[in-house]
Write a protein that binds this ligand. Structure first.
Ligand code: B3K
Ligand code: ZN
Length: 854
């Protein structure tokens, strides 16, 4: 069966009470013995035992309760091994298998594979079936006892270490878990170690394992882990539950990191950092992802998902938790603004195109294609809305009930919503549409003002409408929490933030007894993931940018001014005066948070402008957008030259580097000023900064500016000489070139880079750096001659047989193709059809491409 449906869910007919595994690790011939203790779920059920197992898994032996079954009762077909019911007792029984696998030949980085000479695993979502035969589904949970034999010096698995001999260790994980949380690592590794004492006084050993030579770049990861453990105790009352917590950094990893129980495995770029090699952004991401994986211990591991349709149960909640963590560690408004930027750039874009799906999809072909911005980021937004609707205290009570009621369960979105219903007495039937319906609601606001002797009344009428998405033509009205505040003409707030709860397709809310007509600050903190439209002029936006006490709404007002200007300019109309003026006032305000000022100063990217144009029903022209953005940036630089120069000089941070929020904020503002000044100083400041900066944040910023000015060669050469053997720095080196190159030369640059011997394309980070770097250059990827599409398509086809997950993920850069002009659409379609025509294309990429050309 190709398509999997939520409606087809059935519990597994057997209970698995224990899993014992024994690994003898050999790069090209690893042996795995498994002892699985089953019992029928219902007596007298007479069901076949179906185990999952990849076609490449070589079965060496199989016994049931110690006896070899009659071969006629055992069937291997596709990715399963079936033992007929007749061969099974109607009582508990043990299945013992031995298999052989070849980790060295595994280029998919799923299952057991090798990276830089070490063995490691990635099992989510369905990688465990490439290690041995097993009921590889999240609702089958049990304890694991794991023996590892290998000549590598560090041998790790989940849980606690219970035995250690020469060439072998034994691990026991007392917490029942599904196979996707299994992990094993064997390598010549070194640790930086520390410990943490939990709320109830238990001491936990903490290790971050890295390759020898990398240990001086792992301290920040360790500090982040300790901060995460403490935060989860304080914010959610959640304690860690094993004697040890291990983190391992690996170079070849398909995604960011993985929350395996007690043994998190990380892409090395999310562990290793030093001021000379990592940027402020890298540090912030490391802290956030270390937190994210750690928080999964409760939201994902102790309470897991019943099936993969429920993925957002753990991912949406864990993203929400890591966002809260970062807000608490750094600046809450800045974090909110950055999260909304990401949401709009990735999720709104997904929701508006052929790959749109609800946070809880009801069918899929390949689950790995559903680790998306919708499941993660929108999944988190939905929880933010719930919290806003019920308030902070009720949220905490609901979460306590969730942990209490479902600890040890494989749960569903229905379970989650029931917890909130029971904790608050609220009916969440309508709210559930946020989980089951795709698409971003469009919300329009109309203001009406009337005055009587008793005072003025303001009525806000909201109308919602969600455009159709694949398979979902009609959308019922949703519950939308709309945070609103009112600001008087003198700039004082006359009504602090209120949450209006919209439940109808069209609904009015009135505010009476007002003195003078106020200005409405709507959708504060981005209280719902919707596209808000309203009839508002530039002066009112500038007023909000200057006066709104809600930092998000202030930023949003500035953003709207900028987008309006760019939309006009890209269509050859005049625009931008209000924005240029308003932004000058804002950045001159030395009392405002530098991070906030930096965010306001950064212009929306080409992609964001294209998205806005297409929301307005206009075909975006990538070249015109690029030009409009260049022109506006240049005007800002010319108008505010002195102010920007003053900011650039005064935001210099002296003393030892620290990745904390405050110095990072100053650097961010300084860099924002630099990138504008760079347009009129010929690259002079960037040149000096590149030569003098001692941290990677400023060096990368300077390098980007130099490439934009067409004078990056010397700096690129210097970086290559200095860091040629540092993979993570070289990834930056590979990505910045196609990304910052002028659109007309970017594809040629990318093609040249792809020829280099150090373009180790099978490494996911390196591949994403170059191919993803080019596709992030909007005008280059969407070049009218199709050269950008062709380059990316070639590399998707090349990657597909090697690593289908990475190829399929890359293919989503095409998801916006239907919104462009006929010439571009035709070229994109040819590229997609070429991919679709490849014989033996993976299920992963096939599903993505066919959804995009459907
Ligand atoms: N749960 C993993 C993602 C697994 C992706 C599988 N294709 C990391 C995370 O979300 O924390
Ligand atoms: Zn996660």
């Amino acid at each position: 069966q190709i398509v999997q449906y939520l409606a087809d869910y059935r519990p597994y007919p057997f209970i698995l009470s224990e899993t014992r595994l024994d690994f003898t690790l050999v790069p090209d011939a690893t042996r795995v013995k498994a002892i699985l203790s089953f019992a029928p779920r219902d007596s007298g059920q007479s069901q076949d035992l179906v185990l999952d197992g990849g076609e490449e898994v070589k079965l060496i032996s199989l016994t049931i309760d110690g006896h070899e079954p009659d071969p006629a009762h055992v069937t291997r077909q596709d990715e399963t091994l079936t033992i007929a019911a007749t061969a099974l007792p109607d009582a508990p029984f043990t299945v013992e298998t031995e298999v052989e696998i070849n980790p060295m030949a595994n280029t998919t980085f799923e299952g057991l594979y090798m990276s830089g000479g070490m063995f490691c695993t990635q099992c989510e979502a369905q990688g465990f079936r490439h290690i041995t035969f097993y009921p590889d589904r999240p609702d089958v949970m049990t304890t694991f006892r794991v023996g590892i034999h290998s000549d590598q010096n560090v041998l790790l698995s989940n849980g606690n270490l219970i035995g250690q001999k020469e060439c072998g260790t034994e691990w026991y994980d007392p917490w029942p878990k599904p196979s996707y949380l299994f992990a094993l690592v064997a390598g010549n590794l070194v640790a930086i170690s520390d410990s943490f004492t939990t709320l109830s006084g238990r001491k936990v050993d903490l290790n971050v394992w890295v390759r020898p030579g990398d240990e001086d770049r792992a301290d920040f990861a360790m500090e982040s882990l300790i901060r995460s453990m403490k935060w989860d105790e304080e914010a959610y009352g959640r304690e860690y539950d094993l004697e040890v917590f291990n983190i391992v950094a690996v170079d070849d990893f398909n995604m960011g990191a993985m929350e395996n129980k007690g043994l998190n495995i990380f892409n090395s770029k999310l562990v290793l950092a030093s001021p000379e090699t990592a940027t402020d952004g890298d540090y912030e991401r490391i802290e956030g992802v270390i937190g994210h994986e750690y928080f999964h211990n409760w939201t994902g591991n102790r309470i897991t998902c019943r099936d993969w349709f429920q993925l957002c149960l753990k991912e949406g909640l864990t993203v929400f938790r890591d966002q809260q963590f970062t807000s608490d560690m750094r600046s809450a408004p800045v974090k909110r603004i950055m999260d909304v930027q990401t949401l709009r750039a990735r999720q709104f874009r997904e929701d508006a195109g052929p790959l749109a799906h609800p946070p809880r999809p009801d069918h899929y072909e390949e689950i790995n294609n559903f680790y998306t911005a919708t499941v993660y980021e929108k999944g988190a937004e939905v929880i933010g809305m719930l919290k806003r609707l019920i308030g902070d205290d009720s949220y905490r009570q609901a979460l306590d009930l969730y942990f209490d009621r479902h600890d040890g369960d494989a749960a569903t979105i229905e379970d989650w919503l029931n917890v909130f219903q029971d904790a608050t007495g609220r009916d969440l039937t309508q709210f559930k549409h946020w989980y089951t319906d795709a698409g971003t609601p469009h919300l329009n606001m109309v203001e009406e003002w009337s005055e009587t002797t008793a005072g003025g009344t303001l009525t806000l009428t909201f109308t919602q409408n969600t455009p159709p998405t694949p398979g979902q033509p009609d959308k019922p009205a949703r519950v939308i929490p709309i945070a609103v505040g009112l600001i008087g003409p003198n700039g004082d707030e006359v009504l602090p933030t209120q949450i209006l709860e919209m439940t109808q397709a069209s609904q009015g809310f009135s505010f009476e007894g007002l003195g003078a007509r106020p200005v409405v600050s709507a959708l504060r903190d981005f209280s719902a993931p919707v596209i808000l439209t309203r009839n508002i002029d530039d002066d009112t936006r500038a007023f909000l940018l200057a006066n709104d006490p809600n930092p998000f709404a202030r930023w949003e007002a500035g953003r709207e001014l900028a987008i309006a200007a760019l939309v006009a300019l890209s269509q050859g109309q005049p625009g931008g005066d209000s924005y240029v003026k308003a932004i000058g006032q804002l950045i001159a305000d030395d009392d405002a948070d530098p991070a906030f000022r930096a965010l306001c100063l950064n212009l929306p990217g080409d992609e964001e402008i294209a998205t806005r144009l297409s929301t307005l029903g206009i075909e975006p022209d990538p070249d015109a957008i690029y030009q409009a953005r260049q022109d506006l940036a240049r005007r800002i630089a010319e108008t505010h030259q002195d102010l920007l120069a003053r900011i650039y000089d005064s935001m210099q941070v002296s003393g030892a580097y620290s990745p904390d929020a405050e110095p990072s904020a100053k650097r961010a503002l300084r860099i924002a000023a630099l990138s504008l000044l760079n347009r009129i100083d010929g690259g002079e400041r960037a040149e000096i900064l590149f030569g003098t900066a001692t941290n990677m944040t400023e060096r990368m910023a300077a390098l980007t500016c130099l490439i934009r000015r067409g004078r990056g060669q010397t700096a690129l050469q210097i970086l290559l000489e200095q860091f040629g053997d540092n993979r993570l720095v070289m990834d930056k080196w590979f990505s910045v070139q196609p990304m910052a190159a002028p659109p007309e030369s970017a594809v040629a640059t990318a093609r040249e880079l792809a020829q280099r011997s150090d373009f180790d394309w099978k490494n996911p980070n390196r591949y994403r750096a170059l191919i993803g770097g080019l596709s992030a250059n909007h005008a280059a990827f969407h070049a009218r001659d199709g050269s950008g599409y062709n380059f990316v398509a070639e590399w998707i086809m090349k990657m597909d047989p090697v690593n289908p997950q990475i190829a399929a993920r890359m293919s989503s850069v095409f998801e916006t193709w239907p919104r462009y002009d006929t010439v571009r659409r035709a070229k994109a379609l040819v590229a997609l059809e070429q991919i679709a025509a490849v014989a033996g294309l993976s299920r992963n990429t096939r599903e993505m491409v066919s959804r995009m050309i459907a």
